[in-house]
Design a protein around this ligand. Structure first.
Ligand code: SER
Length: 871
């Protein structure tokens, strides 16, 4: 079976068991502060487990793109070194939301593996949670044990501890005991020697976990306590690549058809052979794995960057580039050339790869170029460190600087040092690293108290499309403390007119008013999971009151104008530049809007004007907002609405339309386009390879913009003596200026010529030397020209010029070359000594040197000392 068939078999099987097959959620998570990337198939269903919302179907199954590179589940450092860990992988999963439980989950898993997929029963082991004696004090999972005992011999059931058999998504959230299924694919003779039961969970490459059946029963709270969930659920996850390994009869995930086409391409590009040398093999596996993680993230809209999720992606890519650089000798960008084969292998199951191929290639190539430069610079800096190292040990702190400032990886530093016969002070490196981590942790550290729940009203309705003011009741609140913001309170209401940050749009601000007139300001509004959280510096005095919640109307109007303008801008760009334009990011603030989009060259002035005209024509056209708050997703797509990759949409969506084009959007918009007033682009530039950014303003920001420009124009006109046509007046001034400049240059040349004649006449002989020491009114370059010109006319010259420029003193000494040799004179030594008179220093060559100082009053003294010196 090829991998495509295996994926289909899994989904078909669960479809026959009445599961709804759903699409993978995006791999990059945008609105959950506790998680950067999807790290398990269940992430998108977290709210169903917690009972915060109800699933449309009680049984679901899918294949989910996962990335385990940060937080609780982080496999990054394993990847490449072994044959069965990945950064990005597919997790096949089936779920029950308060529906079936352990019995069905166990029986169906067994049926699929042994009956449908025909995996030899004798190669399978299962594990069961043994309980824990710690503060959680959990009982052994007897139910699972009994169920498994009816299916497999007892010696194939392994009892497992909390680390292996109690699954938790993160520090908080749904969790529960689990049963894992492991497969032993060792050759028969090895099996005969040692039972696989001893090798389960022992990091043996051929005795690996393939499926984890989690029985969700608890919620881990912020304070660490376990709270039983209102209902019991099933969450299973099977490693797709590992399943392919077993079914395709190979001994490494990288030998399955998921990876072999990529590996063949790496071999072709780098001339390396896979399977001959362990170091080279590791490098090839790292590259084959990492290109998937990076390509899928970019397709999901997450570009490499210097912060957050973008930084994680950049580090993954750099890890791969470095392995190539060190072990495969790749000194040119090459990873971008793998995107094609990846798209051919996975593009059918994940069409976003096909659609975003060009962009992924461009971004990866640019990242490669810039990191290869860094690597080269780093090598130079490293040479420098080596030359300064005492006793063949390079200081750890210095290596840390190289890592921190230039992104130069520490293992590469260690490797290069080793080749040169040096060692690295690793202790110093780790100390410096720890200090930095402590610094950044304490800057952002957040302590969250548990929610104080006042009512069980779990339907938090957003009413802010229609109302900017309404009465609300507090449902729950908690205190959060961070270094950055200090103490704050977060509040959730039964309903709210406040728009939570999302879809690029900033959160609303405003205030709460208590019946006695007390006011609490709402500083920001954000979405956390499915709840709308309001941030404030303090709590209302009586939390049980009914409050008037009032959104800052002006801010909302401005933001709405910018949001609608963003949609019109998107349309305009597709119209003016072409349909390759896709949104790559947007930020809708009250003061401005920012829009990132795919396009490959700088926009011309004409194009920018056309785009502005397009948008302004629609503003003048007074197009009313035509919205539909609940359209089934499929219908919206059929109607031509464009969904963005990497955005998650529910079953029903809100569509909005101004004129022709229909879009999916949950944000705040104007009721009619004329409310935007006017649209003005302020800048256009590049943000990454193939991605441009426009910043623009609307509404009263445009008024301010024109007001300031107009005022400047009046001031300019005023300076131009009230010229009727200031443009012509400025042009005339520029012409006149150019003419005057030329005249001045000529005059200066003439002056220098005259000066040279005068000064040659002033020379006097001192000890057989033609000597002159004089203060002149020329700048440094002028003095230099003058000195060398005089030198062309006279031999045996010793010139010392002093000048005062902008309150600073300059000395300049010229000595004919024959004097330098015969009399052993050195201009450099002389100016250094004379520089003391002007409180400065200097140097240069024996025949010409200069000194600068801050005391012009000392120039005369220096000049007279020169003659004394020659005497
Ligand atoms: N959530 C579990 C895991 O990730 C099972 O899906 O292993």
């Amino acid at each position: 079976m090829n991998s495509k068939e295996i994926r289909a078999q899994f989904l078909d099987f669960f479809e026959t068991k009445k599961h709804k097959i759903v699409p993978s959620a995006p791999m990059v998570i945008k609105d959950d502060p506790t998680l950067m990337f999807t790290n398990a198939g269940m992430n998108q269903f977290k709210e169903f487990f917690l009972g915060n919302s109800v699933a449309k179907s009680p049984r679901m199954a899918d294949t989910q793109k996962c990335l385990r590179v940060s937080g609780k589940h982080n496999d990054l450092e394993e990847v490449g070194k072994d044959t069965y860990h990945h950064t990005m992988f597919e997790m096949l999963g089936n779920w029950s939301f308060g529906d079936y439980f352990k019995k069905e989950a166990i029986e169906w898993a067994w049926e699929l593996l042994t009956d449908k997929l025909q995996i030899d029963k004798d190669s399978l082991y299962v594990s069961v949670f043994e309980g824990s004696k710690d503060s959680d004090n959990l009982e052994m999972d007897n139910e699972a044990y009994e169920l498994w005992s009816g299916i497999v011999p007892k010696d194939r059931i392994i009892m497992g501890n909390k680390k292996d058999n109690f699954w938790e998504m993160g520090d908080q959230g749904p969790c529960g005991p689990c049963s894992e299924i492991h497969v032993d694919i060792r050759p028969a003779e090895e099996k005969a020697e040692t039972s696989g039961a001893f090798l389960v969970n022992q990091d043996h490459p051929l005795v690996v976990e393939i499926w984890n059946l989690v029985f969700m029963q608890y919620n881990r709270k912020a304070d660490g306590a376990l709270e039983p969930l209102p209902e019991k659920h099933v969450d299973t996850g099977m490693g797709f690549e590992r399943l392919c390994m077993v079914l395709q009869g190979v001994q490494s995930n990288y030998d399955t058809d998921v990876f072999t086409p990529i590996i063949r391409e790496i071999e072709t590009i780098t001339n390396a052979d896979y399977g001959k040398n362990e170091e080279i093999d590791i490098a090839i596996r790292v590259i084959a794995d990492h290109i998937r993680a990076v390509a899928f993230s970019i397709a999901d809209g997450q570009l490499p960057s210097n912060t957050g999720a973008g930084y994680v992606i950049r580090r993954i890519l750099r890890r791969a580039i470095r392995y190539g650089f060190t072990f495969l000798n790749t000194k040119e960008p090459f990873m971008y050339r793998l995107v094609n084969v990846l798209t051919e292998t996975m593009g059918n199951a994940f069409p976003e790869l096909k659609d975003q191929r060009q962009l992924i290639e461009n971004v990866v190539k640019e990242e490669e170029n810039s990191f290869l430069n860094t690597l080269e610079q780093g090598l130079v800096l490293l040479d420098n460190l080596v030359s300064k190292a005492k006793g063949k040990v390079v200081q750890g702190r210095k290596a840390f600087e190289l890592y921190d400032t230039y992104g130069f990886p520490i293992d590469l530093t260690a490797l290069i040092l080793e080749e040169k016969g040096y060692t690295l002070d690793e202790k110093g490196f780790h100390e410096a690293m720890k200090e930095q981590k402590d610094r950044s942790r304490s800057a952002s550290e957040i302590a969250k108290e548990d929610w104080m729940v006042l009512s069980d009203d779990s339907e938090q309705e957003f009413v802010g499309y229609d109302l900017l003011e309404t009465n609300v009741k507090l449902v729950k609140y908690r205190k959060v403390t961070s270094k950055k913001e200090g103490e704050q309170y977060q509040m959730v209401f039964n309903l709210t007119p406040f728009y939570p940050e999302g879809g690029g749009q900033v959160g609303d601000k405003g205030y709460l008013e208590a019946p006695n007139g007390d006011v609490v300001y709402i500083l920001d509004t954000k979405k956390e999971n499915n709840e709308i959280v309001h941030f404030a510096k303090n709590l209302p005095k009586s939390t049980s009151d009914t409050f008037k919640a009032v959104v800052d109307k002006k801010q909302r109007q401005r933001t709405a104008a910018n949001h609608t303008a963003t949609h019109l801008l998107h349309q305009a760009l597709r119209e003016v530049l072409g349909n390759h334009v896709e949104q790559k990011g947007s930020a809708v603030h009250s003061k401005y809007l920012r829009f990132d989009f795919s396009h490959f060259s700088k926009m011309t002035v004409e194009e920018l004007r056309e785009v502005e005209n397009f948008v302004n024509a629609r503003i003048e056209g007074q197009l009313p907002l035509d919205e539909n708050r609940s359209v089934p997703m499929e219908e919206a797509l059929k109607g031509g609405a464009m969904a963005l990759f990497g955005e998650e949409y529910g079953e029903t969506v809100r569509t909005i339309r101004f004129g022709q084009s229909m879009e999916l959007c949950g944000g705040a918009h104007v009721k009619i386009t004329s409310d935007i007033w006017h649209f003005k682009i302020k800048s256009e530039g590049a943000v990454a390879a193939g991605i441009r950014r426009i910043e623009a303003i609307t509404y009263d920001a445009v008024k301010d913009f024109y007001f300031h420009n107009n005022r400047s124009l009046f001031e300019i006109k005023d300076l131009l003596n009230n010229a009727q046509n200031p443009v012509n007046a400025v042009k005339a001034l520029q012409d006149e200026n150019a003419k005057l400049k030329k005249e001045v240059e000529q005059l200066l040349k003439d002056k220098a010529k005259n000066l040279k004649g005068d000064l040659l006449a002033e020379l006097k002989e001192v000890n057989g030397i033609q000597f002159l020491a004089k203060k002149v009114d020329l700048d440094a370059a002028g003095i230099k020209d003058l000195s060398f010109e005089m030198g062309n006319n006279k031999n045996n010259l010793f010139l010392l010029f002093g000048t005062e420029q902008n309150g600073k003193a300059l000395l300049s000494c010229y000595i004919s070359k024959e004097l330098v040799a015969e009399k052993n004179l050195n201009a450099g030594t002389i100016v250094r000594e004379l520089g003391k008179c002007i409180q400065g220093g200097g140097g240069g060559q024996p025949f010409f040197a200069t000194a600068g100082g801050k005391n012009p009053a000392g120039i005369e003294e220096a000049l007279s000392k020169a003659e004394e010196y020659l005497n």
